[in-house]
Design a protein around this ligand. Sequence first.
Ligand code: GRF
Length: 222
Amino acid sequence: MAIGVLVSGSGSNLQAIIDGCADGTIPGQVTIVISNKDGVLALERARKAGIATAVVENSRAGGREAFEKNLAEVLERFGVQLICLAGFMRILSPWFVRRFAGRILNIHPALLPAFPGLEVQKRAVAAGVRFSGATVHFVDDGVDTGPIVIQAVVPVVPGDDAKSLAARILVQEHRIYPQAVRWYAQGRLRLVDGKVVLEGGDGVVNAMLDEGKKAWIYPPVS
Ligand code: GRF
């Protein structure tokens, strides 16, 4: 399974996916990492792992259409079967989403459908929610609205600010994103008529209490 990862920043989720491929838990390989910004740490991580990189910048002349055509062209050149958005700060158009229908995953640092969009952890703290978490979902035409694959729940504790909550959530992101990618690469996870189908995972009754007892994860990691 050839995986393409789209990034804009530090790439810690990219790293979790690279590590999963390297240790065999993900039966796949990251064949290309594409950033819409040059000089970001994610590109450095890819290079260190010997993975091809590309920078596809916003095209001033051609607008979003040209940008996404370039993106699609690079992904197809590298034979990508699954696209993972990992801290990728661009919204993809319906054209792009349709072209790769059912083949794009995203990670979001909240329990969707609560807190879609930006400054998510700050908004969660401000709202006074007692729990937040992370969500991996298939990408559809909306912003953070696609069908949900897996979520991890963490508490929001007194004294938390956006930074401390983000750090607690990030630990869980690094568990659930490789898990979702693993299921997809194993051929167990797919989108059928807009609904998530997970063979041998859906229907499991108990959520999983994460090792360090720091989060609930459902469906359980397997
Ligand atoms: C993560 O919190 C992810 O959920 C969000 O952006 C952040 C990216 O972090 N979409 P990293 O680049 O993977 O370290």
